[in-house]
Design a protein around this ligand. Sequence first.
Ligand SMILES: *Cc1c(COP(=O)(O)O)cnc(C)c1O
Length: 399
Amino acid sequence: MSLELSNKALAVKASSTLAITAKAKEMRAAGIDVVGFGAGEPDFDTPKNVCDAAIQAIHDGFTKYTPASGIPELKKAVSNKFAAFNKINYEPDQIVISNGGKHSLTNICTAILNPGDEVIIPAPYWLSYPEMVKLADGIPVFVRGEKEQGYKVSAEQIQKAITPKTKALILNSPSNPTGMIYSRQELLDIAEVVVKNDIYVIADEMYEYLVYGGREHVSIASLGDEIYKRTITCSGLAKGYSMTGWRIGYTGSSKELAKVMGSVQSHATSNPNSIAQKAAVEAMTGPQETVSAMLNEFDNRRKYMYDRICDMPLISAIEPQGAFYVFVDLSECLDKEYKGEKIGTAARFADILINDYQVAVVPCADFGFADHMRLSYAISMEQIQKGLDRIEALVRSLR
Ligand SMILES: *Cc1c(COP(=O)(O)O)cnc(C)c1O
C-alpha cells in the first residue's frame, strides 16, 4: 500500500505570518513580555451594532443554508457600496459573497485558470497569491516593484512580462505588505496594457477603507468599460470592519464569471455563514462611525512609526499610504555583525529580534523581498513604542 499525498498540496508553503504570530503567542503564554508586530488583523473589537445583528439573526432562527452565492439583502448592500464608494456598477447577480477575501481569491483562480496559465504577481506581494495560483494549476510570474518605484510596478514592466500564456494580473492596492497605493494615472496606464493584451485583472481591494492623508482609493474597474469587463474586484469585511473571524468576502465581476464562481462555491462550502451574512449587512448599511474612529487611530500610529523609523540608523521605509503595515528596508543592516556573526538575511534579523529582544516581526522573503521586514501597526500605541525602542536598541548596537 502506498499512502502518497497530492504533489500539489505538498508543494504548498505553510503561511509564515501565521507561524510568527503563533510563536509570539506561545512566548506570551509562557509569561514573556513579547511585542508582536506580526498582526494581520485590526486590534479593535468588531463594532457592537454588528455583533448585535448577528445575535438577532440567531434568535430569529436565521441559522440554515442560504443561497450559495449569498443572501439577496447582502448582495444588494454590496452592490450599493460598489456604486457609492468604488464608482462601479455591479448588479446583485454580478456579486458572489464568500467565506472571506481569501476564499474569493481562490474562487477567482479556480474559475479563470487552466493548467499552465500564467498570472503576473507584482512583488512585493501578499504571500498567499503564489500558492493560490499554483493550487489552481496556474504559474506565478513575478515582476518587481523596487523601492525607488515606491514598491509599485509600471505598466511597461507588466507589458514586458506578458506572454501568450498570460491570463491575469493580480493588483493589490492598498498593498499588503507595503502600504502603498496605485494612483489613478498609474491604474489608467496599467488598464491600457491589460485591455490591449486582453487579460484579466484580479483587483484585491481588501484595504480600500484604510487610506490616509486625504488620498483617494481608486478601483481599476471604474476606469472605463473595457477594463471593467476584464476586472474581478475583490474585497471583504475583515480589515475595514475588524471582522476577520467572521469570514465574509465578496467579488464583483461579469455575470458569467459570478455564475461559475457561485457553482464552484456551492460544491465547496454550500454558502457563507448565514449569521455572518446578517452581520455583514449591518456593517455595510449601519452607522459607519467606528470605521472612521479606527482609521484615525491607525493614522496616528502610522505617523509615529514612520517618524521613529526615519530617526533610526541602518533601517528605512517609505511612508505608507494605506493598510496597516510599514515595509522596512533592512539591506544596510544585513552586512553588519551581531555577536561576531554577519546578519545576512531579514529572517536572521527577525530571529535575533524575537530571541534576544522579544519582538516579533515578519521577515519578507515569502513576500518576494528577502531584505525587508513588515511591521504591523494593528497593535496599541504603547506596544508600538516599546517594540520600536527594542528594535532601535538592536540597530544602534550593530557595527
Ligand atoms: C487579509 C487579506 C485578505 C483576505 O482577508 P480575509 O480575512 O480572507 O477576508 C486578502 N488580501 C490581502 C492582501 C489581505 O491582507
